[in-house]
Structures are given as C-alpha cells and as structure tokens.
Design a protein around this ligand. Structure first.
Ligand code: FAD
Length: 455
C-alpha cells in the first residue's frame, strides 16, 4: 500500500486555526480524515450512565455534519466511525500510514496515542489550549497549586503569547480512499432542546463569536451579567463550541484582544479572558496530574467523607431531590445540555455537601449531559467544590437559600423548569425544602436544607 496519512480528529472539529490540517498539507500525502465515537461512550455503565446524553449527542452530530460539509467542499471525506479507536486506527493505518492527531490531555487519550506510537509514526499538535507545551514547559514539572499563582506566572512571562492563526489559506489535500466501514449508530435524541447560539458546528460557532463581539456587542456587559441563570447573552456561551473544537480558543482570545484595543478599559473583556485562563489552568493541570484528577481524594492526600446511598442518587438522576432550584437545574441540564456556571456550582455543592455523595458521580453525570463537557474543566470544578482540587480553601459549600434569593429572586428560572410550581413564592419554597411545611404534589426533600443554611 502506498504511503498515506490519517488525520484523527477528536475535539478539534473545525478547519480554521487547525495545525493538523496544516501539517497534513505540508507533507503532501493522501489523507484519511476520521472521527471515531468510542464505543464505551454509548454503553451504559453500572451507575446507569453513558458519556453521550441526548443533547450532547445532538450537538456533536451537528458539529460533525457541518465539518463533513466543509470537507466535502474541499474534496475530502470525513469518515465518522464508531468502535474502539486503536483497533479502527490500526486498520486505517495499515503498513504504510502515519498518524496526525491532537496532543492528548486526558489519560484515556494518552493511552490510545501511546499504543499507536508503538507501531506507527505519530505527530501531535496543540488544539484545545491557548499555549503549547513548550510555552508552559517551566510549569509542567511543578504545576502551581492555585489559579492565582498560574496567572501571576503568565503575567511575568509575557513571551507566553497566544500564537497566530495557523490555517492554510486554502485546503488542498487529496483524499485517501478507505474501505473500512463501522458507521456510527447515533443514540436516539428524544426531547433534546438545543437553542441557537448553542447549535453545533464551526459555522454557528464563528458566527456566534462575530455576533457576540461585533454585532450585538453583548460582550460589553459580561462582567455584570455572567452570573445570571437565564438568557442567551448574559455569558459568552463559547464553552460547547470550544469543547468540541468547533472554534479555536486562540481565535476567541485574538478577537477579544482586538476588542480590548478598541475599549482599553473594558472590565468585561478582562473578566472573560480571566475565565479562559481558568479553562487553560484546568487543561494543563489535567495533562500534568493525569489520573489523579479522577481519584476521590483528587490532588489532596486526605480522602473526603462520602457515602453511597442509592435512593439519594436516584432522586438526583430523576430530578426529584425535593429541592426545587436543584431539580430545575437537573431538568434544564438533561433537556438542553447546558446550565449556567452559577447553577452548576450550586448543584455540585448540593450533591457533595448536602447529599454527601461521591463528587465523581456528579462529575460523571455532568459529563454525560453537558454539551460542553470536557474532563479538565468538569472534573477540575467538581474537585474544587469538593475541596480536593486546586482550591485554596478546604471546602466550598454554598448556601442554597441565599443563592436562590440572590440569583433567582423572582423564581423565573425555577418556574420555567418546574412549571408545576408556578404559583409559589420563595418563602413557600424555602419552607418546603427545610421540611417545615411540605408542598402537596411535589417530592419531599430527600435531605432537608435548613432555613439557616448560610455558611
Ligand atoms: P463564560 O462565563 O462566558 O466564560 C467563558 C469561557 O471561560 C467558558 O466558555 C469556559 O471555557 C471558561 N470558563 C468559565 N468559567 C470556567 C470555570 N469555572 N472553569 C473553567 N473554565 C471556565 N466548563 C466547561 O467548558 N466544560 C465542563 O465540563 C464544565 N463543567 C463544570 C462543572 C462544574 C461543577 C462547574 C461549577 C463548572 C463547570 N464548567 C465547565 C465551567 C463553567 O461553568 C462553564 O465553562 C460556563 O458556564 C460555560 O458558559 P459560557 O461559555 O457562557 O461561560
């Protein structure tokens, strides 16, 4: 068989700012472009979970369809397969293939790439982060314990700049035809309700970036609205697009920098860039800390107190915990694949500190449903709230009553996702969840939240 290359896409589902296509083009060999849906993502585990909830499957599929269209315009096929990545890639690579793929972040990906590297030439590139490994090299042997140390390091090392776009002006590659066929069987996606600008695909993602910055200019109020629970412009909604790589985080950063040049005092853009640095921090932490990130005691030596209670877990999965704000968030997440950052924090705090369940169950549940699920940000945030991650304080327990009163004072979010509670006021909700006066026709709290739960 003649020399050829395989470009294996995972969470870099775009053409712009893509080093992989650039590398493939430079080599001038016929290429097979492939995406593989790992079989275990759609297999239900012992806890009744998989890794591809309905909304997430809908979003991913839209990303793939969009990319397939763009590649077809350039005369290339995107092969979408389902199965075990190493087995499928081994077949595609045959005797004379070489592999190009994004550098691993999670241990699972690292394992696949190590196995393939034993037999084939594998070239990797940076796709998910602002910086490459060379730029953050001095930190990789001793990763900072806190985000603020990471940010201070970046401020001192101004050479750690975000690289320029690496896209080739025009994609000019030859398709390497393959006979292998293991087509994806997509899970049914009943009830998934994804809203623009949270549709999947590079086109939507880039249009959304343009609109958010230059058309609606909603970015200008980011620092004031980012904690709101509802609304399609209170935060950037970039996360899902970045998680699948439909847009490059570098492209977002470069455009935010252009905005900053026009509005040098923009607190909004400073705040948004800070959040992108949190993302960066968790991504590199996963590369450095590997499997530890997924352990119960995370990055700490002490194991947090936890228990398993099937009844409590089932109440969470059914969105019937009896704490309305949490149930509303659980409903929203299952239907849309998205919840605001504020509500994610409250939900995580509830599972960890009130239900006292293993934080990793919550993280896996989020991983199944979130359209923006990425192991670094997801496990990083859960571990933080459980007190076993990069947190300077030992415990992050939120007062659920105060959070409700502050962030959903008119119960707009709660009523939207729990229409049966439409006629109730905050007082009735707080009395119900404290067990003081139960509502009829609504689940009793599986664990009560005292009216004085302030921390
Ligand atoms: P914006 O507020 O507009 O922020 C801009 C970008 O900054 C986001 O798109 C995201 O990339 C990054 N960012 C913002 N907040 C955080 C944060 N706390 N940690 C890391 N990066 C952040 N984010 C994910 O992308 N994937 C996840 O799987 C994920 N799981 C989470 C689980 C929990 C328990 C919590 C508390 C947070 C989680 N986050 C996760 C972080 C955050 O909630 C989302 O990134 C954010 O809500 C997405 O909305 P946005 O794009 O409008 O964010």
């Amino acid at each position: 068989m003649s020399a050829h290359q395989v470009l294996w896409l995972r969470n870099d589902l775009r053409l712009h700012d893509h080093e992989g296509f650039h590398l493939a083009q430079a080599r001038n060999l016929p290429v097979t472009v492939v995406f593989i849906l790992p079989e275990h993502w759609i297999t239900t585990d012992a806890w009744g979970m998989n890794r591809l909830g309905n909304a997430k499957a809908t979003f991913l599929r839209a990303c793939l369809v969009d990319l397939q269209r763009s590649l077809a315009d350039a005369g290339l096929t995107l092969h979408i397969l389902s199965g075990e990545p190493v087995t499928l890639l081994s077949e595609l690579l045959g005797e004379s293939g070489s592999l190009i793929t994004a550098a691993a972040q999670a241990p699972e990906e690292a394992g696949w790439i190590t196995q393939l590297s034993a037999h084939w030439s594998v070239t990797t590139y940076t796709s998910q982060t602002l910086f490459n490994a060379h730029q953050v090299q001095p930190l990789l042997n001793a990763w900072p314990a806190t985000f603020s140390r990471f940010r201070r390091w970046l401020q001192k090392h101004t050479d750690a700049e975000v690289a320029q776009d690496t896209s080739a002006a025009e994609l000019s590659l030859t398709d390497h035809p393959v006979t292998l066929s293991a087509p994806v069987t997509w899970p049914d996606q009943p009830g998934a309700r994804i809203q623009l600008p949270l549709n999947g695909g590079e086109r939507v993602a880039r249009q959304h970036l343009q609109d958010y910055l230059w058309q609606t200019r909603a970015v200008g109020h980011y620092h004031q609205t980012r904690n709101q629970l509802m609304g399609l412009s209170c935060s950037s909604l970039f996360s899902a697009h970045m998680a699948w790589g439909a847009i490059s985080v570098r492209e977002i950063w470069r455009q935010l920098t252009s905005w900053e040049q026009l509005h040098p005092d923009s607190r909004a853009v400073r705040a948004l860039k800070d959040e992108l640095l949190w993302r960066e921090f968790f991504h590199w932490s996963l590369v450095v800390n590997g499997a530890r990130v997924f352990q119960l005691n995370g990055l700490k030596d002490q194991t947090p107190p936890t228990r398993f209670d099937a009844e409590l877990w089932q109440a969470w999965c059914r969105a019937e915990t009896g704490v309305p704000a949490i149930d509303a968030g659980l409903n929203e997440l299952q239907r849309t694949g998205f919840v605001s950052n504020r509500l994610r924090q409250n939900m995580a705090s509830y599972l960890i500190h009130e239900l006292k369940l293993d934080w990793r169950l919550g993280a896996r549940w989020f991983e199944q449903h979130l359209i923006d699920a990425d192991p670094a940000s997801n496990y990083g945030n859960w571990a933080y709230i459980a007190g076993v991650g990069h947190n300077p304080r030992p415990e992050h327990r939120f007062s659920l009553n105060q959070q409700l009163q502050h962030y959903d004072p008119d119960l707009q979010h709660l009523r939207h996702w729990l229409p049966t509670l439409e006629d109730l006021n905050t007082d009735a909700i707080l009395r119900h969840q404290s067990g003081e006066h139960l509502l009829t026709g609504y689940p009793s709290p599986v664990v009560t939240v005292p009216q004085s739960d302030a921390t």
